[in-house]
Ligand binder design. Structure first.
Ligand SMILES: Cc1cc2nc3c(=O)[nH]c(=O)nc-3n(C[C@H](O)[C@H](O)[C@H](O)COP(=O)(O)OP(=O)(O)OC[C@H]3O[C@@H](n4cnc5c(N)ncnc54)[C@H](O)[C@@H]3O)c2cc1C
Length: 428
């Protein structure tokens, strides 16, 4: 079973949360078996056990080992398509329902943090920084549209000088600042939520690889390298790390990789320095760059994607040019931690949250917005399996087309499409 990625998060995780659980041993039964102990799976386990269901949660590695324990920690409210897209593509009523779901998702993570007293350093303030006037104009126009048409609380608009002060670096024509977004310590969050799920009665096994499913109208059998779980339902939350368990999910959800560095302590999050108010920040590129300070004064900076499973040989060298472009003064800064992870995307970047078969439900493909949306997806599925399918019914209306190319060409076609957009970032 794998150790956590060599991240600043793992290095700073409170010791009590850093435990390994026993693998499954032999054959057993439960009401709901969940595959994958990231945000989505752990949240589903938490809510299902609260609702009185017997839950077994299995992870091939350990709780929080996947993207959930090693991401940027940024809370980006909403979905990767905006309300205008939903209104034009699906309809105004649906856009209103999605707006409400987005707000509920944000409230949900805050409620989880409060009700389980999760020590994850939740902050408020998310800056979207623009290098081009065109990008800023679009951000501001959408801000106005979403407020006037859908009553969304408007974000604050920062001019170039205000942006420079807020970020602690120049080079941007302006920004918008959303006071509801922010950042958390994602590994502390997911591991503490797992403990809360266990207190509620869920059983969690690390080191247990699910190798196959046998689902009928009556029950589902979950096969693993450690034994078999018979259940009423199975929930698939393996995201970018899961392949081969259901062909429908494999055809709609593909893995990509993304990389982060953490500098040595440089006095970030202090007056007159970098991100003095503790904001999280990102830019408007297709291959987005995102950064945030840590409580011990480091800058945690993510940038650069690979459209395959392979990691670069030298992650620090891979990310450093992105860091240097945004913070030229930090071009040679000492890096203490460099790591990568696998997330999952869908063709239109909307998540796949749906019933794949009568006893098989999937929640995956959160793209870069899983910190808020994956835990909420876990609740949506838990509610549907215990008492209220309304939000799952809504999520099933999100279009989630299959990637073109069939089993063999899907990966290469994705690589070409994403490389094109990445090139546009560089020359556009
Ligand atoms: C570097 C990076 C930075 C990111 N930054 C942000 C950010 O700042 N903000 C944001 O909102 N999102 C961000 N994301 C995306 C976000 O982390 C994910 O969307 C989210 O964590 C997905 O959670 P999950 O529970 O679906 O999957 P994961 O956390 O990936 O968990 C899946 C788990 O399933 C297990 N698993 C898979 N297959 C099997 C199997 N067959 N049997 C048993 N176990 C299995 C894996 O071991 C893994 O632990 C980032 C992702 C990465 C990689």
């Amino acid at each position: 079973m794998g150790a956590h990625a060599p991240s600043w998060y793992a290095a700073s995780l409170p010791g009590a949360l850093n435990r390994v659980r026993e693998p499954l041993s032999g054959d057993t039964a439960c009401d709901v078996c969940i595959v994958g102990a990231g945000f989505a799976g752990v949240s589903a386990a938490y809510h299902l056990s609260k609702a009185g269901q017997r839950v077994i949660l299995l992870d091939a590695e350990r709780v929080g080992w996947g993207a959930s324990g090693r991401n940027g920690g940024q809370l980006h409210p909403g979905f990767r398509q905006d309300l205008q897209w939903f209104a034009e593509t699906i309809g105004e009523t649906f856009a209103v329902q999605i707006r409400d779901a987005g707000e509920a998702a944000l409230n949900h993570i805050d409620a989880l943090i409060d009700e389980s007293s999760i020590p994850c350093d939740r902050t408020h303030g998310l800056i979207t920084a623009c290098r081009k006037t065109k990008d800023l104009d679009e951000e501001v126009a959408y801000n106005t549209y979403a407020h006037e048409r859908f009553g969304v609380e408007p974000a604050q608009v920062l001019d170039a000088a205000e942006t420079q002060t807020a970020l602690g670096t120049g080079g941007h024509v302006g920004a918008i600042r959303d006071s509801q977004g922010g950042h958390i310590h994602p590994l502390a969050f997911v591991t503490a939520l797992a403990e809360a799920a266990e207190k509620g009665g869920a059983t969690i096994h690390d080191g247990t690889q699910v190798t196959g499913l046998d689902a009928s109208d009556l029950r589902v059998e979950v096969q693993t390298n450690r034994g078999t779980v018979r259940a009423q339902h199975v929930v698939l939350t393996g995201n970018g790390y899961m392949r081969g368990l259901h062909k429908d999910s494999d055809a709609r959800v593909l893995p990509i990789t993304n990389f982060i560095v953490a500098t040595k302590p440089i006095g970030a999050w202090a007056d007159g320095g970098i991100l003095p108010h503790g904001d999280a920040a990102s830019d408007t590129r297709f291959v987005v760059r995102y950064w945030r300070p840590t409580p011990d004064g480091r800058l945690l900076f993510g940038g650069g994607e690979k459209f395959s499973k392979a990691f670069p040989n030298d992650i620090e060298a891979f990310v450093r040019p992105h860091l240097a472009e945004v913070y030229p003064d930090l071009a040679d800064v000492e890096i203490d931690h460099a790591w990568g992870g696998t997330l999952a995307i869908t063709q239109n970047r909307l998540p796949l949250i749906r019933r794949l078969a009568p006893r098989v439900t999937v929640a995956a493909g959160f793209s870069g917005q899983g910190v808020i949306n994956a835990p909420f997806a876990g609740k949506i599925v838990a509610d549907a399996l215990s008492h209220d399918p309304a939000l799952l019914d809504l999520m099933e209306r999100l279009p989630c087309p299959t990637f073109p190319g069939g089993t063999t060409l899907r990966g290469p076609i994705l690589f070409l499409a994403m490389s094109y957009f990445a090139l546009m970032d560089r020359i556009g």
